[in-house]
Design a protein around this ligand. Structure first.
Ligand code: UD1
Ligand code: PEP
Length: 420
């Protein structure tokens, strides 16, 4: 099993290319189920989650071709749906698999999709995905660990108020509503940039969705969607993660493709902590020369501070001057990196959904492992700043969502290698 070996203490300088957004690419690939024509996605990230989604779509009959595997990776997805069943074997690997449910029931009138279950960061129910589809007229039954959804006469538009602005539920409902009869009004929709990207692509496929970027989406269903070519937005979480790398080591790096306009809350906190940022055309320049300062952070739905950046900031704040408080409001179990950071010399105490981080002058390298994607990167960040050698095990979590970490970081001067 692969691991990373990091020798800390180097400042970073140079350029890092930011890839396409994982959390945009996954629903966008599922949108390929909504049309009999081909959907071409440019700027797709080369990560394990995309390979898993391609495998899932193949099990449903859709073929995915790689059209260009140069610096940007272009995938074309299409074909006839030959099965409406998403099996446990694939769904259990990746929760985003549930995003095939809405498109399948809308297009085929039925779907059988394994329930994804919880994961390392929380219980993560899918009740709102199901209630939203029921509001559109789907009959839902749960048995044998599967969701069986049926709408033999098609779905019908309706008004549905999401009790929680769930990203995945919003995506499933808008994809389904695009092919429903009549108008759907989705209230309290999530507003993440990845949802906007999905709506832009669906509209390019012939959908009629208004309210883009707001919490109320109005979807006038159409009988069929057609193919399109869509560029996936750059990954704001990858951008924020590498910004934290520069923050924790010091130095100056240009994040090519990084977009400040998708990272307002993150940039505000970086700046408060003493990390400077500047949008320079298509690149986000990040630099730190002075001391890091403690800040208080609370995770919130977009446009608030993203939960997917929480672990990385915990590492950054571990070596800041003064104390910080981190409050996690989205997932109930997303502090699993804390004991590992403490093993590296951090001083973090968790009290319920908040953690108090008392900055220490220095971390020290250790053998560590993480239970999820962002926690894994938080340990890499700690390793980049730590004295001595850090060995990060269970790298498969990282490979789910970050492309070529060792190449990107060593390209700006970090001492990091992958070993098997
Ligand atoms: C592939 C993808 O895009 N993943 C992202 C997506 O996950 P995901 O779409 O799973 O996250 P949600 O926005 O749905 O979850 C937000 C909260 O709502 C709860 N909830 C959600 C659905 C539901 O039916 N019932 C329910 O109670 C969840 O348990 C959680 O507490 O948004 C999260 C929140 O920004 C991010 O951390 C993930 O990286
Ligand atoms: C939690 C994440 O992803 P997923 O929803 O795919 O588990 C993430 O990207 O940090």
């Amino acid at each position: 099993m692969d691991r990373f070996i990091i020798r800390g203490g180097r400042t970073l300088a140079g350029d890092i290319e930011i890839g396409g957004a994982k959390n945009a690419a996954l629903p966008l690939l599922c949108a390929g189920l909504l049309t009999s024509e081909r959907l071409v996605l440019t700027n797709t990230p080369r990560i394990a989650d995309i390979a898993t989604m391609v495998e899932l779509l193949a099990s449903l009959g859709l073929a995915t071709d790689t059209l260009d595997s140069g610096p940007t990776y272009t995938l074309s997805v299409g074909g006839d749906i030959t099965s409406t069943e998403a099996s446990y074997d694939i769904v259990s690997k990746m929760r985003a698999s549930i995003l095939v449910l809405g498109p399948l029931v809308a297009r085929c009138g039925e779907a059988k999709v394994s329930l994804p279950g919880g994961c390392a960061i929380g219980t993560r129910p899918v009740d709102l995905h199901l209630k939203g589809l029921e509001a559109l007229g789907a009959e839902i039954e749960l048995s044998g660990g599967y969701v069986h959804a049926r709408a033999p006469n098609g779905l019908t538009g309706a008004r549905y108020v999401l009790p929680v602005a769930s990203v995945g539920a919003t995506e499933n409902i808008i994809m389904a509503a695009s092919l429903a009869k009549g108008r759907t009004e989705l209230v309290n929709a999530a507003r993440e940039p990845e949802i906007t990207d999905l709506v832009v692509c669906l509209n390019a496929m012939g959908a009629r969705i208004e309210g883009i970027g707001t919490d109320t989406l109005v979807i006038d269903g159409v009988p069929a969607l057609h193919g399109a070519r869509h560029p996936i937005i750059s990954d704001r979480i990858e951008t924020g993660t590498y910004a934290c790398a520069v923050g924790i080591t010091g130095g100056e790096v240009r994040l090519l493709g990084g977009r400040a306009d998708h990272l307002d809350a993150v940039i505000r906190v970086l700046n408060e902590a003493g990390v400077e940022t500047e949008q320079q055309g298509d690149a986000l320049l990040v630099r730190r020369a002075g001391r890091l300062r403690g800040v208080d952070i609370m995770t919130e739905p977009y446009p608030g501070f993203p939960t997917d950046m929480q672990a990385q900031f915990m590492s950054l704040l571990s070596v800041a001057e003064g104390a910080s408080m981190m409050t996690e409001t989205i997932f109930e179990n997303r502090f699993m990196h804390v004991p590992e950071l403490n093993r590296m010399g951090a001083h973090i105490n968790v009290h319920g959904s908040s953690a108090i981080i008392r900055g220490v002058p220095e971390l020290s390298g250790a053998q560590v492992m993480a239970t999820d994607l962002r926690a894994s990167f938080s340990l890499i960040l700690a390793g980049l700043a730590a004295k001595g050698e850090t060995v990060l095990n269970r790298v498969y979590h990282l490979d789910r969502g970050y492309e070529a970490v060792e190449r990107k970081l060593s390209g700006v001067g970090a001492d990091i290698e992958r070993a098997s």
